[in-house]
Design a protein around this ligand. Structure first.
Ligand code: THU
Length: 142
């Protein structure tokens, strides 16, 4: 899928964000090796700690559909009410980076970020640049 279309999918699913506590809505859409698209939004919890980020929800959706490899992942976000800096990017949090790592090849997996006020302004990087020297499934191979 074209980068802009994956970003638009992320922006679309972001509309379903359940974020009553932070007011910060995030959407993620990923393309897996089978060329299917899996999406997720952040789902918050009154306990705060029970919150699940958009990226991890997209990944668990992929896994539940039986797929295991992320080729490309797009993330967009910002305050749902339009306040704050809408030109800011949403780089995945540390936990999400580690979860993405589980299901990607760091050298080939592409991460796409775009500001919510300008989806066409896409920043593209390979995953290995976001999480260098990562610990992954390979490390547990004997
Ligand atoms: N959030 C994500 O969904 N993904 C990230 O990578 C960063 C943070 C969500 C979690 C929480 O619901 C809100 O953004 C504010 O932290």
């Amino acid at each position: 899928m074209e980068n802009i279309d994956l970003i638009k999918k992320a922006a679309e699913v972001r509309k379903n964000s359940y974020s009553p506590y932070s007011g910060y809505a995030v959407g993620a859409a990923l393309e897996c090796e089978e060329n299917m698209i899996h999406a997720g939004c952040n789902v918050e919890n009154a306990s705060y700690g029970g919150t699940i980020c958009a990226e991890r929800n997209a990944i668990t959706n992929m896994a539940a559909d039986g797929m295991r490899k992320i080729k490309k992942i797009a993330i967009v976000g910002g305050f749902a009410d339009g306040s704050g800096d809408n030109s800011a990017l949403v780089p995945p949090c540390g936990v999400c980076r580690q979860v993405i790592r589980e299901f990607c090849n760091p050298e080939t997996c592409i991460v796409l970020l775009a500001p919510i006020d300008n989806l066409e302004k896409i920043t593209e990087m390979k995953f290995a640049d976001l999480l260098p020297l990562s610990f992954g499934p390979d490390n547990l191979e004997k």
